[in-house]
Design a binder for this molecule. Structure first.
Ligand SMILES: Cc1ncc(COP(=O)(O)O)c(C=O)c1O
Length: 394
């Protein structure tokens, strides 16, 4: 006789408490035919370097199949760790490879956060981080951000009043979802606070190389030892490789490596070998990143010009200096969910700000990604959004 298991008798508290992200549910709607999607944070397919990856994969498989197809160390292939250390100017001992930077977020959450521990994030924040920290049972405290990133003055006041986070999470450059960059003054202040109050800064930086104006700012890890920086091949090369990295102090990275063993033993040896082959060709990678920058810069300009012409004073947004996102804030009282719904019925998809947090900044805003669609579709998407906008007014 078969016993039918009930979810409540077998699934853990953690599994039962977990929910599919709002974004993933929304993205299903946005995948319907005929919809132009500004919703996903997907790189433009023209920029996925398929030819070069084919060439490198063939070279890897003919020269070193016995290692590329074999099990490999949990901390990552030595050659790839060295290539990352060279590109991002750190010591190879400070580098560990992860299966995308998303795995870095999951592992950091699990090594640092016990149920009830406090994780500070910016409001609004990258959903994948909220999910990873939330799954650990952490209390997520959102501190308001603005054009210059997390308001460190407000964080400082809350710390002085007794807030004791284990970690503070920031997307330091061209943040997902707001596009904002943490200013130099705030980087210095955040590092000082981390040293004074003893928390770990988790600096997530998948977009930092995609800068077309303004001055590049040094990573937070150069300002304090209490910082782990996450990087990724996803936005500069290809997200399907699923390779990211962490740079930070060994007490944290070694604990992450111990948990990673049980998670996936190691990141795909083949994918790591391919990425290593790509990074070893510095001229190619630098040239490719320059192409990504030029393309997204052009697309951002076309899209923001169209939005300003079509929506005028109904919406405000900052001109991006890099990255993939615009954060559109309604000036006419339109709410984020209603903009999302009106846009979708007009066959264009955006992400409501409420998917990334709560509060006024999220409730009146939507995130759009200008990277994925080509120029003609971006213009049509802007027109559809402008037609939909009046329907979202209260
Ligand atoms: C801020 C941020 N962090 C991390 C990730 C995860 O990237 P991946 O796991 O592909 O490296 C993303 C993806 O969109 C992101 O926007």
């Amino acid at each position: 006789m078969h016993t039918h298991l009930a979810a409540s008798s077998v699934l853990s508290h953690r599994a039962r408490a977990s929910q599919s992200s709002v974004i993933r549910e929304l993205l299903k709607l946005t995948e319907q035919p005929g919809i132009l999607s500004l919703a996903g944070g997907l790189p433009n397919v023209d920029l996925l370097p398929a030819g070069k990856i084919t060439e490198v994969a063939e070279a890897v498989l003919s020269a070193s199949a016995s290692s590329a197809l074999q099990y490999s160390p949990t901390e990552g292939l030595g050659d790839l760790r060295s290539a990352v250390a060279t590109r991002y100017q750190c010591d190879v001992g400070e580098v560990r490879i992860t299966t995308g930077s998303q795995q870095g977020l999951d592992l950091i959450g699990r090594v640092c956060l016990d149920p009830g521990d406090v994780a500070v994030v910016e409001a609004p924040s990258y959903l994948g981080a909220l999910q990873a920290f939330g799954a650990c049972g952490a209390e997520i405290v959102a501190v308001e951000g603005d054009q210059d990133g997390l308001r460190t003055g407000s964080l400082g006041s809350q710390l002085a009043a007794g807030l004791r986070p284990k970690l503070v999470y920031v997307v330091s450059n061209f943040a997902n979802p707001t596009g904002s960059t943490l200013s130099w003054e705030r980087r210095v202040e955040l590092a000082t606070l981390a040293d004074r109050y003893g928390f770990l800064i988790v600096e997530d930086d998948p977009y930092g190389e995609i800068r077309w104006s303004g001055e590049a700012l040094a990573p937070m890890r150069t300002l304090t030892e209490n910082c782990v920086t996450l990087g990724s091949a996803s936005k500069i090369l290809a997200p399907g490789l699923r390779v990211g990295w962490c740079i930070g102090p060994s007490w944290c990275l070694d604990a992450m490596t111990r948990l990673k063993q049980a998670t996936d033993l190691h990141t795909s040896s083949l994918d790591q070998s391919i990425l290593c082959g790509l990074l070893d060709d510095r001229v190619f990678v630098d040239g490719h990143v320059a192409k990504v920058i030029a393309r997204y810069r052009g697309q951002a300009a076309i899209f923001s010009t169209a939005l300003r012409e079509l929506l005028g004073d109904q919406v405000s947004f900052a001109d991006p200096q890099g990255g993939m996102f615009l954060w559109l804030t309604a000036l006419d009282g339109s709410g984020s969910t209603r903009i999302f719904e009106a846009a979708l019925s007009n066959r264009v998809a955006v992400v409501p700000g409420t998917a990334f947090g709560s509060g006024a900044r999220c409730e009146q805003s939507v995130r759009v990604c200008f990277a994925t669609l080509n120029e003609a579709d971006l213009l049509t998407a802007a027109q559809r959004l402008a037609q939909a906008w009046p329907q979202s007014r209260p």
